[in-house]
Ligand binder design. Structure first.
Ligand SMILES: [Fe+2]
Length: 137
């Protein structure tokens, strides 16, 4: 097992509801990466890709629910960033489905790795103070 993304201490936001969700997301991305390297059959790849999509949706709605509750100042740009990610993954999934090959494009893995680490360390970090102020620890 070779991870695409190794969990780092700096990914912890100090919010007990959110941190395990981020860990789980990175775990699914690593599972997808390893399945790709093992030339796993397409049906299984699509199952993992769907697991990632569904869990990301669940995670984004957790964050967005709190943005609403706390009237978070950056809720609009942050939600837009989630929407752009969802759109990009939907496009990737669609082209993968219509493609004959079982190999996922490398740029999907690149995108997943850089998007999630950049998002957690960048945009997600920004809401920590607001969430903490509202008692979410
Ligand atoms: Fe986020």
């Amino acid at each position: 097992m070779n991870d695409l993304i190794a969990w780092r201490e700096s990914y912890n936001l100090g919010i007990s509801e959110i941190d395990p969700q981020h860990q789980k997301l990175i775990g699914i991305i690593n599972k997808l990466y390893n399945a790709m390297r093992a030339s796993t059959e397409k049906e299984e790849m699509q199952t993992i890709l769907k697991e990632l999509t569904d869990y990301a949706d669940y995670h984004f709605s957790t964050e967005e629910k709190h943005f609403e509750e706390f009237n978070y100042v950056d809720k609009v740009p942050h939600t837009k960033s989630h929407d752009a990610y969802k759109e990009k993954i939907a496009q990737f999934s669609k082209s993968y489905e219509s493609n004959e090959s079982n190999t996922l494009p490398f740029d999907l893995m690149d995108y997943l790795g850089s998007w999630w680490t950049g998002h957690i360390l960048g945009e997600d970090r920004k809401y920590v103070e607001c969430f903490h102020e509202h008692g979410l620890k």
